[in-house]
Design a protein around this ligand. Structure first.
Ligand code: 13P
Ligand code: G3H
Ligand code: ZN
Ligand code: ZN
Length: 309
């Protein structure tokens, strides 16, 4: 099966009130862990690549690995650019075989965000590629960009409607209190569900996207810390909140930090328990397994998209 866009998967997710997982990929083991899980669960899948990932692994390696995953699994998989920062990077991914791109104009004023998003939409749609945009700003770390909590702004529902109408974008990432990285909340986790409900009502049958949606699984944090890591106080979005979001028009849930934690916890444990090992396969194999079982858990219990491929 060739790459698919997110069009049909989002329509099914919207109607079925579940979400599709969008997982960030950086190398072969991460891709294999994710697709093996999706295959066993027969789940639709979005593999997403950040600018940092393209720099780390090179565009062509990631595209070829995802092509291999398509051939190996036969699953509907979308290949998506995560947080494209300008028209040029979006164009490069559209020309370079991606089926979906995100133009993240959220750092710009409203009118400029509309202008750049519109330009990407025109270029992408003419080539059969779909576009995600972002309105409102998440706190946390994105590549080299760190958005302080005070600069984060939640998405305005009226602006969201105007933005979607004027840009023709296919999906919209919204800010309701999630953030990137492993430290999402200082006290009790909370999201602005009233805002999400309002946006979702005002944009019926339109797919919303939730970034910064890792749950920061306590078992991985504990394991990292037990075996020499230092990530105290890490906290993510509770699973029940993600399930609730999936019933309110959120069709795509972005997960990167949980992949990083699963992999790192496994490798730390392996090094601590097997100090004599130095063949990378000895620690990358269990790390890939850790990703696979984490993703299976997400697909079944958090995204609710098992069996929907
Ligand atoms: O939103 C993300 C990628 O765009 C990832 O969010 P997390 O840091 O919560 O995994
Ligand atoms: O939103 C950010 C993703 O977690 C990607 O992170 P990265 O830019 O470090 O690859
Ligand atoms: Zn952003
Ligand atoms: Zn993001």
């Amino acid at each position: 099966m060739p790459l698919v866009t997110t069009k049909e998967m989002f329509q099914k997710a919207y109607d079925g009130q579940y979400a599709v997982g969008a997982f960030n990929v950086n190398n072969m083991e991460i891709i294999q862990g994710i697709v093996d899980a999706a295959k066993e669960e027969n789940a639709p899948l979005i593999l997403q690549v950040s600018a940092g990932a393209r720099k780390y692994a090179k565009h062509v390696y990631l595209v070829k690995l995802v092509e291999a995953a398509l051939e190996d699994t036969g699953l509907p998989i979308a290949l998506h650019l995560d947080h494209g920062e300008d028209f040029e990077v979006c164009k490069s991914c559209i020309d370079g075989g991606f089926s979906s791109v995100m133009i993240d104009g959220s750092k710009h004023p409203f009118e400029e965000n509309i202008a750049v998003t519109k330009k990407v939409v025109e270029y992408a749609h003419a080539r059969g590629v779909v576009v995600e945009a972002e309105l409102g700003r998440l706190a946390g770390v994105e590549d080299a960009v760190k958005v302080n909590a005070k600069d984060a702004t939640y998405t305005d529902p009226d602006q969201a409607v105007e933005f979607v109408e004027r840009t023709g974008v296919d999906s919209l990432a919204i800010a309701i209190g999630t953030s990137h990285g492993a430290y999402k909340f200082k006290g009790e986790p909370s999201l602005d569900f009233a805002r999400l409900e309002k946006i979702s009502k005002m944009l019926p049958n339109f797919p919303l996207v939730l970034h910064g949606a890792s749950t920061v699984l306590p078992e991985f944090v504990a394991k990292c810390n037990e075996y020499g890591g230092e990530i105290p106080g890490a906290q993510g979005v509770p699973e029940d909140m993600l399930l609730r979001a999936g019933k309110l028009g959120v069709c795509k849930i972005n997960i990167d930090t949980d992949l990083r934690l699963a992999m790192t916890a496994s490798i730390r444990e392996h090094f601590a328990k097997h100090p004599g090992d130095f063949d990378p396969r000895q620690y990358l194999k269990p790390a890939r397994e850790a990703i696979k079982s984490m993703v299976k858990h997400k697909v079944k219990n958090v995204l609710n998209c098992s069996g929907r491929a």
